[in-house]
Structures are given as C-alpha cells and as structure tokens.
Write a protein that binds this ligand. Structure first.
Ligand code: ADP
Ligand code: MG
Length: 263
C-alpha cells in the first residue's frame, strides 16, 4: 500500500507485568489498513489478537510504537473506533433499541438523527422486530447483532471485531458472516477483525494477516484474491479451499515454532 492508511499501526509492542512475570504479548507489529478495507488477523489463542484490538480501541496503551487513525494518534477510546467484543457486552437492563442508542447518547447527535440511526442499523442487522426485547430474551446470535448495530450506530471510521462469532453454532456463525460482509458493502466501513478461524478470515477479509505467537508478530500478510461478491457457496470453490489450506498451514507452522521457542 502506498500513501496514507486510515489505520496505521507502527512498530507496536505490548509488554504486560503480571505477578512479577514479564509477558511480551506483541512485538514489532506494523499494519496499515486503507480506508474501506477489510483486514482479518488470524492467530492461535494467546497470540495477542485481543491485545492488539484493545490497543487500537484505546482501552490500553502500547509499550512501544504508536497507532494513528486518519493521522491522529490514538490516546484513548473514541467514537472513530467501534469495538464489538467476543460476547456478553450488552447492557442487560436496556432494551435492544436502547442498547443500540447507547454510544449515540454520548455523542453530539440530536434526537431525530439518533432515532434515524437506531432505526437504520436495527433494520440493517435484522433486529427491527426485536427492538423492545431485553438481551436475555435473545439468542446468542441476536445478541451479537445488537453489539454490531450498537458499534455501527456511532458510524466509526474503523469497526473492530474481536472473534464476535466465536461463541455461536456453525449455522448462526455463517449467517453472521454473510451479514457482516453485507454491512461492510452497504456502509463502506473499514473493518479490522481478529479470529482464530481461518475459514472465517478468508471468507470475510480482503487481506489476511497471520500472527505468530509468543510474542505476537506478523508472520504473513496475504491478499485474498476472491470476488468481492461472496456468498457461502464460495467456501467450496477450489480458489477458496487452496487459500484456506495455505493459511491454515501458516497458522499451524507459527504455533509449532512458538511452542518450540518457549520449550
Ligand atoms: P488472544 O486474544 O490471541 O487469545 P491475548 O491478546 O488475549 O491473545 O493474549 C496475548 C498474551 O498476553 C497472552 O500470553 C496473555 O496471557 C497475555 N495477556 C493478555 N492480557 C494480559 C493482561 N492484562 N495481563 C497480563 N498478561 C496479559
Ligand atoms: Mg482473544
């Protein structure tokens, strides 16, 4: 990529001090994401995926390097970045529509515009009928739709997804993959998603980055050379299957290497 990136992660490292032990979770991570791109970061459990997202979200600070969005250094959370956590992030006492409105209530957005956005993103995520339900009345997949709608309603520059479908059954997960791809095409939002699921990364991403573990480093950065229009049938095509196999091998090799390195 040449020129400016919307999201620029520059030589970022993150060291944790836990119970007198030093953990280097991320080391020398450099990633540039162009406006409108969909980047999936794939890595084994413990490779630093959630750490990376929390740094971009501004919930934690890097111990090395820096992160900018549209040229502005990230120093804390902000409405330009919307994070969808792995599970259970809804406010249990708020209805679906009041959960979706939550972030908007913190922004200088008037009541009419707030109502318009809530309606639009409820419809976009297929939740209009459930707007008056409480989270506990919803299935896991419906709850994640609400979390996605809530993040989108703030119209962030970058949507950050932390294994958002990891807790869902295969059928629901695939429905959600189709949904998120549709949302990406409809809104043009830039997406950074982390997942351990290579099939998911190849289906969703325009690019897939493989993280090696212990410490997390970029091991590979692969362009997904598949049509922009994708439905689930693409998962059975030779092009998809060979790319998936290639990336799965890379993930497996990284995991193996890390295991040897740490004994
Ligand atoms: P992933 O999301 O890929 O499973 P994480 O980012 O959660 O990986 O964790 C990466 C590494 O950093 C792990 O070794 C984990 O134990 C460590 N780690 C994450 N958060 C903390 C923390 N707050 N304190 C100490 N160590 C942490
Ligand atoms: Mg994680």
């Amino acid at each position: 990529m040449t020129g400016t990136a919307l999201l620029d992660i520059q030589d970022v490292g993150k060291r944790f001090q836990a119970r007198g032990r030093d953990v280097l979770a991320l080391d020398g991570i450099s990633l540039r994401v162009a406006r409108g791109d969909f980047l999936c970061v794939c890595g084994a459990s413990g490779s630093g995926k959630s750490t990376l997202l929390s740094l971009v979200a501004g919930l934690d600070t890097p111990t090395a390097g820096r992160i900018t969005v549209d040229g502005v250094p990230v120093t804390g959370p902000g409405p330009d970045r919307g994070l969808v956590p792995q599970a259970d992030s809804l406010y249990p006492w708020r209805t679906v529509e009041r959960n979706v409105a939550f972030g908007l209530e913190l922004l200088p957005v008037g009541p009419a515009e707030r109502a318009r956005r809530v309606d639009w993103y409820l419809a976009e995520t297929g939740l209009s009928e459930l707007r008056n339900s409480l989270p506990r009345q919803l299935s896991g997949g419906q709850q994640q739709r609400v979390a996605i709608a809530r993040a989108l309603a703030c119209e962030p520059e970058v949507l950050l997804l932390d294994e958002p479908f990891g807790a869902l059954d295969v059928q629901t997960k695939e429905d959600m993959q189709v949904l998120i791809r549709q949302v990406w095409q409809d809104t043009g939002t830039t997406v950074l998603m982390v997942t351990h699921d290579v099939e998911e990364a190849v289906f969703l991403g325009q690019r897939v980055v493989v993280l090696e573990s212990g410490p997390g480093r970029v091991a590979a950065d692969i362009a997904v050379d598949l049509p922009a229009e994708r439905d689930l049938a693409i998962k059975r095509t030779p092009g998809f299957l060979s790319l998936r196999a290639r990336i799965e091998d890379l993930v497996r090799a990284q995991h193996h290497t890390a295991g040897q390195a740490t004994g």
